[in-house]
Ligand binder design. Structure first.
Ligand code: SF4
Ligand code: SF4
Length: 359
């Protein structure tokens, strides 16, 4: 038997409960459409979503949370700091090190925050005297979390398209509870980028056609994670030593220069993903790679695409040793069928050609 309802759930009570559950930020927005939600349609029409066709499929629902939960009145937005105590990729001055996006070092945030967000939603429903309903999402649902986070006062969506909190920065996971409860809304966040353009200037692939607009098809995060087939040859060099995601436009942001560090065990880097060497990563068997990413966000790419990315990064390393590693069929621990996969083989061939001058 669950706990008996005890009274009215207010926005203050939700925030107190969210803090108890380990969330660093909690704000409330009205569950109605607003201007920023409409920007998605134009962005999709320009083709900036690339292969992420699911975004277009549910674009209508992404424009109005009441289509996700009929009768919805409020969207509770939760922020969780995931930053770990490690240097930024821009400080790792070694092309032999595999760069992995900060958010993917620890446990899969979908699982960890899914549980915590569900616990908050269930508490809200169980505690409120009147019947209410809610739906919870962690990144994968058809809701524009960043836009709602800004509306709920958690910060603002910067020119780098990330949600930035003025004190906590942008190393934040976002999750939401959509509820039929009438909760008092917070004042929205406001733009504090000012005249800064550091993120736009630092992007290695010019992925921002204009401030606050990301052309995913040019972004290393999209290329390394979302692209299922061959990486466009014109972009492979720009990958550098990024094998999963890219953090550059966040690392250079002034609001991320003294960010808080999380002590949550869930976000601490797994040993195998803590700045591994490219060659060492390549030499691992398929099973070892699978073990390294199991339970983490990197399962999104699986072993085959990870190997594709590592091959390209080795090609970009300019290192003769990397060329020899890629040329040696025995270099990868067995069994490793992915090495013979045509997609991987194609990228290995590209990398070896690129490394020829180093030999
Ligand atoms: S993640 Fe990297 S590639 Fe993508 S927009 Fe930011 S700096 Fe550019
Ligand atoms: S780097 Fe500057 S422009 Fe970019 S998000 Fe941060 S404050 Fe805004």
């Amino acid at each position: 038997m669950g706990e008996a309802p005890t009274g009215e759930v207010t926005a203050e009570a939700v925030k107190a409960r969210a803090a108890e559950l380990g969330f660093d930020l909690c704000g409330v927005a009205a569950a109605t459409p607003f201007e920023r939600l409409g920007v998605l349609r134009e962005w999709l029409d320009r083709g900036y979503a690339g292969e992420m066709h699911y975004l277009a499929r549910n674009a209508e629902r992404r424009a109005d949370p009441r289509l996700l939960l009929p009768g919805a009145r409020a969207v509770v937005v939760l922020g969780t700091v995931y930053n770990a105590d490690r240097p930024y990729s821009t400080e790792v001055d070694d092309p032999q090190v595999a760069l992995i996006s900060r958010y993917a070092w620890g446990d899969d945030y979908h699982d960890v925050l899914g549980e915590r967000t569900r616990a908050l939603g269930e508490w809200m429903t169980a505690t409120h005297l009147e019947p209410s309903r809610c739906r919870m999402y962690v990144d994968t649902g058809p809701i524009q979390e960043k836009a709602f986070a800004e509306r709920a006062g958690l910060g603002w969506v910067g020119k780098n398209t990330c949600l930035i909190h003025p004190e906590l920065g942008s190393w934040l996971f976002l999750s939401v509870v959509i509820t039929t409860l009438a909760l008092a809304a917070d004042a929205p966040g406001f733009d504090q980028c000012g005249s800064c353009t550091l993120c736009l200037d630092a992007c290695p692939t010019d992925a921002f056609p204009s401030p606050g607009v990301l052309d995913s098809t040019r972004c290393l995060s999209y290329l390394t994670i979302e692209t299922k087939g061959a990486l466009p040859e014109s972009m492979r060099g720009a990958l550098g030593n990024h094998v999963y995601g890219c953090d550059i436009c966040q690392e250079v942001c002034p609001y991320n220069q003294h960010p808080p560090v999380s002590d949550d065990p869930a976000w601490q880097p797994r040993e195998a993903l803590d700045r591994p060497g490219l060659a060492a990563l390549w030499r691992r068997s398929d099973g070892e790679l699978r073990d390294a990413i199991r339970g983490g966000a990197m399962t999104r790419v699986r072993v085959r695409r990870l190997r594709r990315n590592v091959a390209v990064a080795l090609g970009n390393s300019g290192d003769a040793g990397a060329a020899r590693t890629l040329a040696d069929p025995e270099a990868v621990a067995a069994p490793s069928d992915s090495v013979r996969d045509p997609l991987v083989a194609d990228h290995v061939a590209w990398a070896r050609e690129r490394l020829e001058p180093a030999l």
